[in-house]
Design a protein around this ligand. Structure first.
Ligand code: ZN
Length: 169
């Protein structure tokens, strides 16, 4: 099957979705890092606040032990986090770059008119562009009419689903 404009639109859409998913993954790593830093800061502040408790000040001696334990735990968690992050963040960055590049490349081949249609449909509906499988729209999963199928098969213009309005590829 040749690269029709509809197919190009779908691949552009998919590249955008995957690029965004990789970005969300990167954001999560960043958020976890900030969370660990905040925990460490809190434990350190607590230790500083308690200072050196008197020998008969049992409450503060316990509080100090707990804060020191928390600090130790945070450092262990941070160590594990750094090891895991090293590989996974790298893979996410690579993936994001790949999908972003593909999206730019595909978008360059799309007419403004097609992009406008995509965005217009996308205002009200998720995944504005979907594939046709088993003579059905893969957006709403309803079967397409014979006339629709013919129109889609010829592939001369962008065809939209009568039921949900999505662009059919
Ligand atoms: Zn549909």
């Amino acid at each position: 099957m040749k690269m029709t404009e509809a197919r190009n639109l779908l691949e552009w859409h998919q590249a955008k979705v995957r690029g965004a998913a990789a970005q969300r993954g990167l954001d999560e790593w960043r958020a976890r890092e900030e969370e660990l830093a905040a925990r460490r800061k809190e434990a350190e502040a607590k230790i500083k606040r308690i200072g050196i408790p008197a020998e008969n000040d049992i409450d503060n001696q316990i509080a100090l032990k707990l804060a020191q334990q928390e600090l130790w735990l945070v450092d262990k968690d941070t160590e594990r986090f750094m090891e895991e992050r090293f590989e996974k963040e790298f893979a996410l960055r690579e993936s994001k770059q790949e999908w972003d590049e593909k999206a730019v490349e595909r978008e360059a081949a799309l007419s403004r008119e097609k992009l406008e249609l995509y965005y217009k449909i996308g205002e009200n509906i998720q995944n504005p562009v979907v594939e046709v499988k088993r003579r059905s729209c893969m957006g709403c999963f309803l079967p397409l009419s014979v006339v629709k199928m013919e129109e889609w098969y010829k592939g001369k213009t962008l065809v939209t689903c009568d039921e949900c309005g999505r662009i059919l590829v």
